[in-house]
Design a protein around this ligand. Structure first.
Ligand SMILES: Cc1cc2nc3c(=O)[nH]c(=O)nc-3n(C[C@H](O)[C@H](O)[C@H](O)COP(=O)(O)OP(=O)(O)OC[C@H]3O[C@@H](n4cnc5c(N)ncnc54)[C@H](O)[C@@H]3O)c2cc1C
Length: 335
């Protein structure tokens, strides 16, 4: 079946949209797909830096398990543009709400977009510890999510770097994939009860600061301690500090709770017309769940726009009736 391209109103520098989607990762594209199929005027602006880009393969996405992350997004772009949405490779620099409740976005390529609503899916940034080798190996054999990559390192010698308190539970979690799991205490002060719980499952604690990673060729071989000792490991996990890319949302005045922009069950922020989905509002979201949350939120956003459409249509028909009544009365007088 052919796909109808919906005409949109375009002037030199301003495009009128129903929904501006900021961020074209799994969440943004998933929302755009639903909204474009619903015949809304949609544009996705994407900076092209999805969080899982360093990983060679994406796991846990039913029917796409093991594909390169970029392939999923490329397929998503084809689907979204096939229904008439625009995908623009650019960054949104600023987003402002106008007095009439619509939004103006300024892009780093000089374009300006005007939209009735915005759906922000800008993801988060993983702040990594300043340990030599970690950044270079991130997403390859330095990992954070065993659900994403644990199966690929199952039964191998693995470690967890104690770069934050979450590492203690992370070690217990990773132990599910490998009996040879070691927790590097690094800067952690591990409580006695936690040590007993780790010991009970055979997770050794290696004391002392981690000085770097031992890398040979293109593979991790071990963890180097400040003493110079190298503990052989084939992969390490660590809990990164997750920082939402939410400057556009906070700039619009969206309320924040405990460091994360507050949304309701439909992704609505505290600012009318602004929806936020995926990792920018929830660090636990994986690719499939971010896409799912976005699709659900897009449906609710469409319903909110329909409410506006009804209000506008009723106001318009009231105006017409009023002017029609005047002209009818006029005709009557003339008879
Ligand atoms: C190394 C690694 C491996 C992972 N592996 C897996 C895995 O195997 N399976 C899994 O389910 N999950 C995995 N994840 C988690 C996964 O990456 C996230 O759950 C997913 O990317 C969240 O999708 P999102 O759309 O919310 O954000 P993202 O995918 O991060 O997309 C956000 C997009 O918004 C864009 N953007 C940001 N700011 C702007 C702006 N101002 N203007 C325009 N565009 C902007 C970015 O450039 C980016 O393209 C992994 C994470 C990491 C770090």
């Amino acid at each position: 079946m052919g796909v109808e391209v919906i005409p949109r109103m375009t002037t030199n520098h301003t495009t009128d949209l129903d929904i501006l989607v900021v961020g074209g990762g799994a969440a943004g594209l998933s929302a755009a797909l639903l909204l474009a199929r619903a015949r809304r005027r949609v544009a996705v602006v994407d900076g092209g830096r999805p969080r899982n880009a360093p990983a060679a393969h994406m796991h846990g996405f039913l029917s796409r398990d093991g594909v390169p992350p970029a392939r999923l997004l490329a397929a998503g772009r084809v689907e979204v543009t096939g229904y008439g949405a625009d995908v623009i490779d650019a960054e949104v620099d600023t987003l402002a709400r106008r007095d009439d409740g619509s939004f103006i976005a300024r892009l780093d390529n000089g374009r300006t977009l005007r939209s009735r609503s915005v759906l922000v899916a800008t993801g988060l940034r993983d702040e990594l510890p300043d340990i030599p080798g970690v950044r270079e190996r991130w997403g390859r054999d330095v990992l954070h999510c065993p659900y994403c990559h644990g199966h690929e390192v199952r039964d191998r010698p693995v470690g967890v770097l104690g770069t934050g308190p979450a590492a203690v539970f992370q070690a217990q979690l990773v132990r599910q994939w490998s009996a040879d799991t070691v927790l590097f205490a690094h800067t952690l002060d591990i409580a006695t009860t936690d040590r007993r719980r780790l010991d009970a499952r055979g997770i050794a604690v290696v004391e002392g600061l981690v000085a770097g990673l031992d890398i040979h060729g293109d593979a991790l071989r071990g963890v180097t301690l400040a003493t110079g000792e190298i503990v052989p490991r084939e992969a390490v996990f660590l809990p990164p500090r997750m920082i939402p890319r939410d400057a556009l949302l906070t700039g619009l005045g969206c309320a924040v709770d405990d460091g994360w922009v507050r949304v309701d069950g439909a992704g609505r922020t505290s600012v009318p017309g602004v929806v936020a989905v995926g990792n920018v509002v929830d660090p636990r979201m994986q690719v499939l769940t971010a896409a799912g949350m976005a699709a659900a939120a897009a449906g609710m956003l469409n319903a909110d726009l329909i409410e506006q459409d009804i209000t506008d249509a009723m106001a318009h028909s009231a105006d017409s009736v009023e002017s029609g009544a005047v002209s009818h009365a006029g005709q009557g007088i003339g008879r």
